[in-house]
Design a protein around this ligand. Structure first.
Ligand code: PLP
Length: 400
């Protein structure tokens, strides 16, 4: 089918919930994507921080092929070998003692909210159910997770009534959390670095002090690492940067190396609150997704190479973006950690994204004015040099 015909039928048969670029990608390998016209692109979006290993990583591809031939789905009425192996791998490499598997980030956060509420009720009493989240956060698109998301644009009247029991505080403001805590509070849920909200980093000591505050009050810390997990910030999980241990962490995006999977990680003390019947998912932890997940986690951890590359290339990319910032006064800020990097402009970035596509680079813009770069962690200096040169050409045209 021709590209025009595909786009026409997409407009006719697919529900109209996304603003899409007129591009159909048909093949990917490493840092590269090819569209239906045969044009090649360098990918600095990675399917929104999903393809951390690059497109079609050979170990993930082989793991999926082998598992697909063997067993794809049986249900959680039975023990599942790849699920057990992936849970063990995640526990051995994190703060966690136990894992629940689901299929997406929103679902992982739903599970975390249920677990935190049950834990707080059982351990502290009937009135403990409220969860404090941050403004400009993003936690997903289900009813509970849009409510948890501290952005008005995700709360239109059309979807009301919203779930009760959420309260928002400015991200990075410790006093605001302290002031928001009441006898009803059960947990604080935050991203270690806000990604969709414009790549916002908290003050250096924020999470350490927040952890102390929550320990004093007997409250849980839920970290939404759906985007920051799996090596994105240069460590397997972003909380490692802060020297703290959370009570619950949610994962999805890059966990399956491109395959759909989500997970809730928790300490034994907290996980104990879930008993058979409390939470479930038909597809959660299925053999196929978990086989992909095992390959992906192993590939991220292999020799520590990818994590150190992520840190090194993140610095290199920030250096290149800062050189542009010195040249163009309309660039307000460059910030990030590892390969989760934002460039704030003083104008709407949508056109820059379109121009970049024409130049053969896939980038993204969030919160209207923040260009976001979340490339595969395998990128090279050449990829970065190419992007910086393309952005330079695009920005040049904007100069008065
Ligand atoms: C993407 C994202 C989600 C939602 O994940 P889905 O798989 O789209 O449901 C939740 N939290 C964060 C921080 C995310 O980046």
């Amino acid at each position: 089918m021709s590209t025009d015909k595909l786009i026409e039928e997409s407009g006719k048969y697919v529900m109209n919930t996304y603003g899409r670029y007129p591009v159909v990608f048909v093949r990917g390998r490493g840092m590269k994507l090819w569209d239906s016209e045969g044009k090649e692109y360098t990918d600095f979006l990675a399917g929104i921080a999903v393809d951390n290993l690059g497109h079609c990583h050979p170990k993930v591809v082989v793991a999926i092929q082998k598992q697909a031939q063997k067993l794809m789905h049986v249900s959680n009425y039975f023990h599942i070998e790849p699920q057990i192996k992936l849970a063990k791998l995640l526990c051995q490499n994190s703060f966690a003692d136990r894992v629940f598997f689901c299929n997406s980030g929103a679902e992982a956060n739903e599970g975390a909210i249920k677990l935190a509420r049950k834990y707080a009720r059982e351990n502290h009493g009937e009135d403990r159910f409220e969860i404090i989240t941050a403004t400009n956060s993003f936690h997903g698109r289900t009813m509970a997770t849009i409510t948890a998301t501290g952005q008005d644009k995700f709360h239109p009247h059309a979807f009301s009534p919203y779930l009760g029991g959420f309260k928002y505080v400015p991200f990075g403001d410790l006093k605001a959390v302290a002031d928001a805590i009441t006898e009803n509070t059960c947990a604080v849920m935050m991203e270690p670095i806000q990604a969709e909200g414009g790549v916002n980093l908290p003050p250096d000591d924020y999470f350490r002090k927040l952890r102390d505050l929550l320990d004093e009050r007997g409250l849980l810390l839920i970290l939404d690492e759906v985007q920051t997990g799996m090596g994105r910030t240069g460590t397997l999980f972003a909380y490692e940067n802060y020297g703290i241990k959370p009570d619950i962490v949610t994962l999805a995006k890059a966990l399956g190396g491109g395959a759909a999977i989500g997970a809730v990680l928790a300490t034994e003390k907290v996980a104990e609150s879930f008993s058979p019947g409390d939470h479930a998912s038909t597809f959660g932890g299925n053999p196929l997704a978990c086989a992909a997940g095992i390959a992906a986690v192993e590939a991220v951890l292999e020799d520590g190479w990818l994590l150190s590359e992520c840190r090194r290339m993140g610095e290199y990319l920030v250096k290149g973006l800062n050189a542009l910032r010195r040249k163009y006064p309309f660039i307000k800020d460059v910030r990030g950690k590892g390969l989760l990097i934002g460039m704030e402009l003083d104008f709407d970035g949508a056109d820059v994204v379109k121009e970049a596509l024409k130049e053969g680079f896939v980038i993204n813009c969030t919160m209207q004015r923040v260009l976001r770069f979340v490339p595969p962690l395998i990128l090279t200096e050449d990829d970065v040099d190419g992007l910086i040169a393309a952005l330079d050409r695009i920005f040049e045209k904007r100069q008065p």
